[in-house]
Design a protein around this ligand. Structure first.
Ligand SMILES: Cc1cc2nc3c(=O)[nH]c(=O)nc-3n(C[C@H](O)[C@H](O)[C@H](O)COP(=O)(O)OP(=O)(O)OC[C@H]3O[C@@H](n4cnc5c(N)ncnc54)[C@H](O)[C@@H]3O)c2cc1C
Length: 345
């Protein structure tokens, strides 16, 4: 492979104009292995679809662009199927292929941008489902031991927008991830009799009812509803730069939640299994007066306060400064810390 410099504007959904001094497209597991065998200790930056990134500067290490495509069935029974998917496969395309093949479980995660390889990194989630629920195991290059590693789902420390892949690094500055994911294995349902529709979140049930009418609800109906809802609420990165929800919903102790509820009765809260309480960050940001606000080249989307947008000609630094002002105002008003979801480089 012959590394060469490249403009990354089209490779990050915020559309920030940064470049990489060295760029290596990775189109197979073999290419990934060969790269690391040849340069075992060289620093790198792993890029998927660039939909969860804020690039604040040029990248001065080799960008490994994960582009390997395809999936295959590895095991099959009457009830389940085990499918291995290459890291560079487009996530939404895989979800659609699942529906076409009658594989159930990922329908609520339709239309999330990005690659399959990045899906475990922040344990993508939407409309009451997280990808961890369908992941069986992961094949990744272990840059610590210079060999392939197999991680069972239980080894991945999946949490809310979190996993082991966000915590294991080779360097103190946490820029060099230990694992580079090459293939994700999903255990999906085949038998519709075992499948349960998950439509309890937000306006999914109403939208599904509208689409399905009197028919029995299927995974296709749910995916169609999710696509419809997402398209109406979230900006298309091709039109307006963004990385989806910019802030994670903060999680607070039950006592803190109680105090906040007494003060702000309409604050949306979601009790968690461990007794903590998740608060809707979008509500906090809206109440703090930021919804629809534009500052220079960046702003808060007018239809969804959780989404920060880039109108063009701005920078990742500008966006991060704006995000910090939002965090500070929310903290000042509510005493609650909110934190960005995307990876900042
Ligand atoms: C409009 C919009 C809506 C969104 N909605 C949601 C949503 O509903 N739920 C949700 O969870 N997310 C959502 N996101 C965020 C984003 O789509 C996901 O986080 C997605 O999984 C990122 O995939 P990617 O390939 O673009 O990763 P990138 O942005 O390229 O990378 C993200 C991180 O993962 C690392 N990475 C990428 N590939 C690999 C690999 N193969 N091995 C190891 N590390 C890797 C990168 O180094 C980086 O640290 C949304 C984004 C947008 C733009």
């Amino acid at each position: 492979m012959n590394p060469s410099s490249i403009d990354l504007t089209a490779f990050n959904t915020f559309g920030f104009a940064v470049s990489a001094s060295q760029y290596v497209p990775v189109r197979s597991a073999r290419e990934l292995q060969n790269y690391f065998k040849a340069a075992p200790d060289a620093p790198c930056f792993v890029l998927g679809g660039g939909s969860n990134l804020v690039l604040t500067r040029d990248i001065d290490v080799t960008v490994l662009h994960m582009l390997a495509q395809g999936f295959a069935v590895y095991e099959e029974s009457d009830s389940h199927v085990l499918v291995g998917v290459q890291a560079g496969h487009v996530w939404h395309d895989f979800v659609m292929s699942c529906l076409n093949n009658g594989w159930l479980g990922l329908e609520n995660l339709a239309l999330i941008p990005g690659s399959v390889g990045a899906s475990p990194v922040q344990n993508i989630g939407a409309y009451g489902v997280e990808v961890k629920d369908c992941i069986s195991k992961i094949k990744a290059w272990d840059r610590l031991h210079h060999k392939w590693a197999w991680l069972a789902a239980a080894d991945c420390a999946f949490g809310y927008r979190d996993s082991v892949f966000k915590h294991q690094f080779l360097d103190d500055a946490r820029t060099q991830p230990r694992y580079v994911i090459s293939k994700v294995f999903f255990k999906l349902l085949k038998d519709p009799a075992l499948w349960q529709a998950k439509i309890g979140y937000g306006d999914v049930a109403a939208c599904v009812a509208q689409i399905a009418g009197d028919a029995v609800v299927t995974a296709q109906h749910i995916a169609q509803a999710i696509i419809q809802i997402r398209s109406s609420k979230l900006p298309d990165p091709q039109v307006l730069g963004n990385a989806g929800s910019f802030f994670k919903n903060p999680i607070v102790a039950a006592q803190v939640a109680q105090k906040l509820k007494a003060q702000y009765s309409t604050m949306p809260m979601y009790p968690q299994a461990d007794g903590t309480v998740k608060i809707a960050a979008g509500w906090l940001i809206e109440q703090a007066g930021f919804k629809g606000l534009r500052e220079g080249a960046v702003g808060v989307y007018d239809k969804q306060a959780l989404v920060l947008v880039h109108y063009g000609q701005g920078s990742g630094l500008e966006l991060m400064a704006f995000a910090q002002r939002i965090c500070a105002k929310v903290f000042e008003q509510f005493g609650v810390q909110i934190a960005p979801e995307p990876i900042v480089y």
